[in-house]
Ligand binder design. Structure first.
Ligand code: DC
Length: 227
């Protein structure tokens, strides 16, 4: 039996994957996997348990029992750790950097692999991450790699933080983005890189509507008209 459709969207943080994957999942009525949230929650739970973010063995144990769920609400999908709503807590810059640290550990990635594959279901899945098309769903029917310059990503992040009333220093944000990119692209386990059969989309000078239009054209080319 053919496996359920997966649209894998990989790329660095701030390239617009979150918005694109939400739109695609809604349009096709597909499930959505935000794999970065899983690494973010693991890092959050580890910190709460007093674990060091390089203690691979303890982090694997934590990953195996991680009581993580996604709860759809009227204002979007909330991320739950047990009964605690961690949606906001996992979105800070520090939480992103911590996620990137635990995500660099091969045994931790292995421990979270099946949990991610379990999201695959009919009629389809949109998967957002760094290694969706290369490691988690190498047989994904559609693979997109969404990139953008560090400067544009830092600028978008700054605007987003300002709109939330948060203090946002451009140079500091840019520095953090570069550090995280460096770690995600240069790690040995499942580094951030496009799958050979991925469409590479650079969103540096594109609006989200333009990114979506190009992604839709590629999806139609791969899958035919879905609706
Ligand atoms: O997409 P995000 O910013 O929420 O991801 C947070 C970190 O998690 C990112 O810096 C690297 C890691 N990550 C990963 O290694 N593999 C994934 N599939 C998703 C995220």
């Amino acid at each position: 039996m053919a496996k359920a459709v997966v649209i894998a969207v990989d790329g660095p943080g701030g390239a617009g994957k979150g918005e694109l994957t939400r739109r695609l999942a809604e349009r096709f009525n597909f499930a959505l996997l935000d794999s970065g949230a899983i690494y973010r929650v693991l890092a959050y739970a580890a910190r709460k348990a007093g674990l060091a973010l390089f203690d691979e063995e303890s982090l694997v144990q934590e990953a195996q029992v991680l009581n993580l769920s996604f709860k759809p609400e009227s204002d979007g999908v909330h991320v739950m750790l047990g009964t605690e709503d961690v949606s906001r807590a996992i979105r800070t810059e520090e939480a992103g950097a911590n996620a990137s640290k635990v995500a660099a550990l091969p045994a931790v990635r292995q421990a979270l692999l099946q949990r991610q594959r379990d999201f695959r279901r009919e009629p389809g899945l949109v998967a957002d991450g760094r290694d969706m098309g290369t490691v988690v769903f190498p047989d994904a029917q559609v693979k997109i790699f969404l990139d953008a310059s560090c400067e544009v990503r830092a600028h978008r992040r700054q605007l987003q933080m300002q709109s939330q009333g948060k203090e946002a220093d451009y140079e500091r944000i840019l520095q953090e983005i570069k550090e995280r990119d460096d770690r995600d692209r240069n790690r040995a386990a499942a580094p951030l890189k496009p799958a050979p059969d991925a469409l590479i989309l650079d969103s540096t000078e594109l609006s989200i509507a333009e990114v979506e239009a190009q992604a839709l054209a590629f999806i139609e080319q791969k899958l035919g008209k879905l609706n």
